[in-house]
Design a protein around this ligand. Structure first.
Ligand SMILES: [Zn+2]
Length: 283
């Protein structure tokens, strides 16, 4: 499941191919993904110019000069591929069409954007640009973790009343948007906070400490994604999935990376998801 840094990497990868470019042909190969596509989607997209490519939480938003915005969600297994060579950065030839290529955009600059999704948990929708924040997928989302509305006193206030474990509170998209299992595990390790610790029981200082740590964890992953983009462009043009090393995520039974800590990384299940943590460093 792509998390915020992966989606941001996809956005940055699509940007040079899509921003400022007109969709000369939109090919929609089936009526739906997770949900039905909007009516006449191909027709509404054809001839539209992408004025801006934004991200909100795990959604890529392409603002169009038709006053509509295309929302793209990768779901569990969605992949975006760029081919063609608008800026000399991507693979030159378009790959052969593949099974599960559900949506294909040809841009006037020669780029081709392909959305492939074998499991079809992804989604696309078209919404009026002036009301993207009220779209059902977006309306209840909390602030962006890298934005100005996510700050120390905000987070402390939201956690104060929560009798749930801090792990669940940080995964709650109404409190902060776009955080997923991997980066919550990593942030809690850096903060030295046990995943089962009740949110309301955190001291204000510890709650405050989470804000810069969450930002750092995400920024570092976005930077790792940025360096991977160069390789992806030269390889097959697929965007968004990159190798990144984690301190705790996926490291059950391996030694803790904190100097002088002799503990091994543990794993517990919380709300059906694995929490990786160091029992010695996280309290
Ligand atoms: Zn440790």
């Amino acid at each position: 499941m792509p998390e915020l840094p992966e989606v941001e990497t996809v956005r940055r990868g699509l940007q040079p191919a899509m921003e400022g470019a007109t969709i000369t042909r939109a090919q929609v190969n089936r009526p739906d993904l997770r949900w039905p596509f909007p009516e006449r989607m191909a027709e509404r997209l054809t001839g539209a110019k992408v004025t801006q490519l934004r991200r909100r939480s795990k959604y890529v938003l392409a603002d169009l000069d038709t006053n509509e915005t295309l929302l793209i969600h990768l779901g569990m297994s969605g992949r975006m591929t760029v081919s063609g060579d608008p800026l000399g950065q991507f693979t030159h030839t378009h790959p052969k069409a593949e099974k599960h290529d559900h949506v294909v955009f040809d841009m006037h600059n020669g780029a081709r954007i392909t959305f492939n999704d074998p499991r079809r948990f992804g989604a696309m929708d078209l919404l009026p640009s002036n009301s993207t924040e009220t779209h059902p997928l977006i309306a209840k989302l909390g602030p962006e973790p890298l934005g100005n509305d996510f700050h120390e006193s905000y987070l402390a206030a939201r956690l104060a009343g929560k009798n749930t474990p801090i792990k669940s509170a940080l995964l709650d998209q109404r409190i902060v948007a776009g955080l997923g299992n991997i980066y919550v595990c990593e942030a809690l390790f850096r903060a030295g906070i046990a995943p089962k610790r009740k949110a309301a029981a955190l001291s204000q200082a510890r709650a405050h400490s989470l804000v810069p740590i969450i930002r750092d964890v995400l920024q570092e992953a976005i930077e790792a994604g940025g360096s991977s983009l160069r390789d992806f462009r030269q390889a097959d043009g697929e965007l968004g999935y990159f190798q990144h090393s984690f301190d705790v995520y996926g490291r059950e039974g391996e030694p803790c990376k904190t100097p002088d800590c002799t503990s091994k990384i543990g794993r517990i299940t919380q709300s059906g998801r694995s929490s990786f943590y160091c029992p010695q460093c996280q309290r």
